[in-house]
Design a protein around this ligand. Sequence first.
Ligand SMILES: NC(=O)c1ccc[n+]([C@@H]2O[C@H](COP(=O)([O-])OP(=O)(O)OC[C@H]3O[C@@H](n4cnc5c(N)ncnc54)[C@H](OP(=O)(O)O)[C@@H]3O)[C@@H](O)[C@H]2O)c1
Length: 297
Amino acid sequence: MQTCSPLQTLFEQVEGQALPLPPRLAHLYGALVFPAIPADRPYILSNFVETLDGVAVAHANGESLDISGSNEHDHMVMGLLRACADAVIVGAGTLRDAREHRWTPDYIYPPLASEYYQLRQQLGLAPQPLNVIVSSSGHIDLNLPLLQEAAIRSVLITTSQGRARLQQQSLPSTLHVLVASEQGPLSARAVMETLNRWQPCQRLLVEGGPQLMGHFLAEGLIDELFLTLAPQLAGRDDREPRPGFVSGQLFLPADPRWGTLLSVKRAGSYLFLRYRFARPAPASEQTAQIASIPSSA
Ligand SMILES: NC(=O)c1ccc[n+]([C@@H]2O[C@H](COP(=O)([O-])OP(=O)(O)OC[C@H]3O[C@@H](n4cnc5c(N)ncnc54)[C@H](OP(=O)(O)O)[C@@H]3O)[C@@H](O)[C@H]2O)c1
């Protein structure tokens, strides 16, 4: 099957080990290098697409608008990241908006289905990543196509109330419900630990949306961001705030977050950026650092 052209690498500085990409994937993406998996928790990737003016979510007439222009290179990269992950995690808002979607590599980019599958085999992963949905309310349509798909195992991470709501209906055999806390919103750490206890994972991929991403970033649980910059302007106004890929959290000025650029790739006018985010220092070290700043008074 015909695929997109190779991405052009403009900059790359990543330390670690290259994943064993099948030749066609290596030709299209280049080497994909990741640092070692941390000892204490899975390595957590995230992937978003934004317009040049920083819009990740836009709606008109109740329909979600296309941010990436259905770009083939973007889909190829999404498939690659899904192929490396034990699980893809999304918030319930993203699920409700993409009713037909399946968070698998071959669904987003069918031409490389067999390469993605080979890569997963090489990495010792299950044929498809777990599809993980996070919801406090448990308001999930159990008839969604994802939940009818025998080849995909889905996990809903929710509250006690969310589970009680779902248990009033008959659950599809593909869906497993895990309770992370009595009440929502769930902390990102509780989501990660609940999942990891149920099935130990090495690499997780957070695919949004902005609210869920905000929780993971706020808790210092995003190691890397893969960001596609689509060369369009979406605009925003008071009626259409159109968020970027973080909602519900303020970092500046109290808690600024700076990333380190790991790679820049290009296809036509699209840019594919990759940033690493350092883990925040433990609270005790932060207090010590503040205490050691000399007073200007
Ligand atoms: N540009 C991109 O790359 C990209 C990527 C993904 C999504 N999107 C877009 O993002 C939009 C959705 O945005 P959103 O910010 O509403 O997305 P979201 O985070 O997917 O959904 C929010 C909902 O997810 C659940 N949730 C999220 N974090 C939670 C937490 N910590 N604990 C418990 N529940 C949590 C809650 O569900 P309950 O209400 O059920 O409790 C919440 O109402 C969609 O239009 C989608 O197309 C864009």
